[in-house]
Design a binder for this molecule. Structure first.
Ligand SMILES: [Fe+2]
Length: 276
């Protein structure tokens, strides 16, 4: 298994990345999640990205988990066919709704990279696996800590962007926060040993958050499927449209980022849903 990849950015002083997360795609093309056809909402995001001007097209895509909603190989084949025309490298990690072992087994045959460490300019991007099989919470096992430490130790000279499915810090929603990264303290303790760590980018919470803790920026992003209502202790859905995140990484370790969404009023969920 090839664990590393190198990407040459069109402009090495400004690495352009688009993050896609929480697609929740089904094997069935008519499959819906709380009233939203998730293949259609993902396609709408892809269509908007395809329409971006050339200067905003990314050097790579990062997909931060929950690609599937039904754990099926058919859902992953649908995903692979949908991204087939992107024309840019794409890297991914599993979420709690995914079947990680299945993905690592079948994705190479679909032409998808399984690289977990990506070099680009003077940055490295590290893709971690926090999936606990068939359990919604996140946990970083010893082998992931070992991998993270190896990446950071071997390349202290490179700025680090770390991607992970689960949120490291709570988002003030009790129903979601019960499933955050269980060993977050151990994770942040390791990050603090390395001044090269700039950002931790996650999915899972289906909403935009952006906080700085001890000099490291922790960012979550909207789903390409349904959105959860921010700051709600009980389950709730948001009317915001499916979205994605744009990042530009600079040589000095700083970066810019913005969230974009398909126009509101599309892909409205079932407001009567009481759970997820
Ligand atoms: Fe999700």
């Amino acid at each position: 298994m090839m664990e590393t990849a190198s990407v040459r950015a069109a402009d090495q002083s400004r690495i352009k990345i688009l993050q896609l997360t929480d697609l929740h795609i089904f094997r069935d093309p008519h499959g819906t999640l709380l009233g939203v056809n998730t293949a259609d909402s993902f396609q709408a995001v892809l269509d908007e990205i395809a329409a971006l001007p050339a200067e905003r097209q990314p050097d790579m895509f990062l997909v931060t988990g929950d690609i599937s909603q039904d754990y099926s190989d058919g859902s992953y084949r649908r995903f692979a066919s949908m991204i087939n025309g992107l024309g840019r490298p794409l890297f991914w990690l599993p979420g709690n709704h995914d079947d990680g072992p299945l993905m690592y087994r079948i994705f190479p045959g679909m032409g998808l990279s399984v690289a977990r460490q990506i070099f680009c300019g003077n940055w490295q991007i590290i893709m971690l696996n926090t999936q606990v099989y068939s359990n919604p919470c996140g946990y970083l096992p010893p082998d992931q800590f070992e991998f993270l430490n190896h990446c950071l130790e071997a390349h202290r000279d490179l700025n680090a962007l770390i991607c992970i499915h689960h949120n490291t810090f709570r988002v003030n929603s009790a129903w979601l926060d019960q499933h955050y990264l269980k060993n977050a303290d151990e994770f942040t303790a390791m990050l603090h040993q390395y001044s090269s760590v700039r950002c931790v980018l996650c999915g899972h919470v289906h909403q935009e958050t952006d906080e700085i803790h001890d000099g490291i920026r922790y960012i979550s992003s909207p789903a390409t499927s349904i959105q959860f209502l921010p700051e709600s202790d009980a389950f709730g859905l948001d009317s915001a449209g499916p979205g994605w995140r744009e990042l530009q990484l600079f040589r000095d370790g700083t970066f810019d980022t913005q969230v974009h969404r398909v126009r509101s009023g599309c892909y409205i969920p079932d407001w009567n849903a009481v759970g997820y």
